[in-house]
Design a binder for this molecule. Sequence first.
Ligand SMILES: C[S@@+](CC[C@H](N)C(=O)[O-])C[C@H]1O[C@@H](n2cnc3c(N)ncnc32)[C@H](O)[C@@H]1O
Length: 379
Amino acid sequence: MTAAGKPSERASLDANRRLWDAWTELHEHAPFYDLGGFRQGGVRLRDYEIEEVGPVAGKRLLHLQCHFGIDSLSWARLGARVTGVDFSPRAITLASTLAAELGLDARFIESDLDRLPDVLDETFDVVYTSRGVLGWLPDIRRWARVVARFVRPGGVFYITEIHPVAQVFENEGVTPGELRLAYPYWEHLDPLVFKVVGSYADPTADVGDHEEHGWDHGLGEIVTALIDASLRIEFLREFEFVDWPVDFLVESPDGLWRLPDGTPDRGRRPLDRARTGECAPRGRSRRAAAAVLRGEIPPPIRGGSGAGAGPLDRRRRADLLRRMVARGPMTGAAAATIVRLGHVEYRVTDLGRAREFYVDLLGFVETVRGVGYRMGPGG
Ligand SMILES: C[S@@+](CC[C@H](N)C(=O)[O-])C[C@H]1O[C@@H](n2cnc3c(N)ncnc32)[C@H](O)[C@@H]1O
C-alpha cells in the first residue's frame, strides 16, 4: 500500500499474479479451455488471426501474456518456433510441461511484462498477444515500448483484444442489451479493484479469496502508444463480437457473444478496416484539427449530443457525417469531434443520455465505415 492507502503498482501486480496462479489451477481442468481435446491435436486460434498474422512456419514468435500456453502451442503446431512469456509461475510450469509432453517447439519464460527486456535479449519475426491482456497493465505506453523492443526490423506485432468500448459497460447483474455506463474509457492511474468470484472460464468456481486490479486504455491511447514506440500501424479492425461470456451480450450460434437483436447498433457491420498513415490531413484541416483539440474552436459538427446541443438528432448527424465522408478522407478534425463528444458526454451522470452517446458513437463509426482516419492533429 502507499501512504494514501491506495495499492502500489507492485502490490497490484502481486495480487494479480496470485489470482492468475489460482485461475491457472482452475483453467487446467475447465471445459472452457478443453485441455484434454487440445492434447489430442488441433489449433485453438481464430481463423481471422491465423490469416492476419500470415504463415508462421519456421518463424520466431514471441507470445506475450501467454497464460498456460495453449495459444502459444497452437502457433507451434502451425510451425512457429515459440517463446511464451507470463508472470504466473503456475502458468509457466504448466505451459512448459505441455510443450514437453506434446513435443512442440516452444519454451516458456516467467517474467513480468515490464521486466522482460532484462531477461530476454532477442528480437522476433512475430510478437503476438491476445484476448484479455491489456486490462492487466497499468501503463500502455510502457507496454508498447516493451512490444516494440522485441519486434525485429521488418517483423510484425499482432494483437487481438476486447474492444475498449465494450469495457465501459457494467458486465454483472445486467441483462442482454442493457448498456449501463459504469467504467472509465481512458487510462487511469489507480487500478479498479474487484473482489473475484469464479473466473471468466467458470463463473461459479471457488477460487479462494482474491482481488483483481485492472486498468483501462482507450483505443486512441493504445494505437498512439504503438506509433510512438515506432511501430507503423498496418490495419485496425473492429469486430462486433466478444469471444467470451459477457452479461450484456448474448451467445450466437457460432459461440461468439453479441448484442441481442433489437439493440440499436445490432445488425450493422462494424468498421471493417481503418488504416492510419494513408490520409495525412493537409493544410487548413490539420490546423483546424489542432485548434479543436486545444479547445480553441468548437468541433465542426453541431446538433448532436455535445454539451448544450439539445436532444440527439441521429438523422441530422448521419446526414452531416455522410456529407463529410463524401468530401474525402476524414481528417483529425472529425476524429477530434469524437474526442470532444466523448469528453462531454462522459461527465453526464444521466445514464440514459450516456447510453445514447455510446450508441451514437457506434453509429458514427458505422457511418464512416471504410474511410481512413487519423486520431489527433498529426505532426
Ligand atoms: C486472459 S490471459 C491471456 C489469455 C490467453 N490468450 C488465453 O486465452 O489463454 C492474461 C494473461 O496475462 C498474464 N499477465 C497479467 N499481467 C501480467 C504482467 N504484468 N506481466 C506478465 N503477464 C501478465 C496473466 O498471468 C494471464 O496469463
